[in-house]
Design a protein around this ligand. Structure first.
Ligand SMILES: [Zn+2]
Length: 110
């Protein structure tokens, strides 16, 4: 008796497998898959620390946006980490001072 019930339920399960009612078009399939091909975000360089940053966002390395300090990056760091970070940022600032604006002759050469 029980074997009969089991066999009937197995048969029922096999016959009532989910089957798609209609074919999905290529367009619909491709629309579903378009999210699978994720692209790398376009990055710009931070004008202050020269690190790659998302455009129109605050730089998380130095906390600057459009030349204004928005986030105090050094605030949450410990004393040791702060010293290290300040050392990293200093030589790049000196490098910026050395770079002189191009004269008209140099511009014409380029
Ligand atoms: Zn920066």
């Amino acid at each position: 008796m029980q074997n009969k019930i089991i066999s009937v339920t197995i048969n029922y399960c096999i016959t009532t497998m989910a089957v798609p009612k209609q074919k999905h078009t290529k367009s619909r399939r491709n629309k579903r898959r378009m999210h699978l091909f994720a692209k790398a975000p376009t990055l710009t360089l931070c004008p202050k620390c020269k690190k790659p940053v998302l455009p129109h966002t605050v730089c998380w390395n130095c906390g600057y946006y459009k030349g204004v300090e928005v986030i105090d990056v050094l605030k949450k760091l410990t004393k040791k980490e702060r010293k290290k970070r300040e050392k990293e940022m200093k030589p790049k600032e000196k490098g910026e001072d050395k770079a002189k604006p191009l004269t008209m002759e140099e511009l014409s050469k380029k």
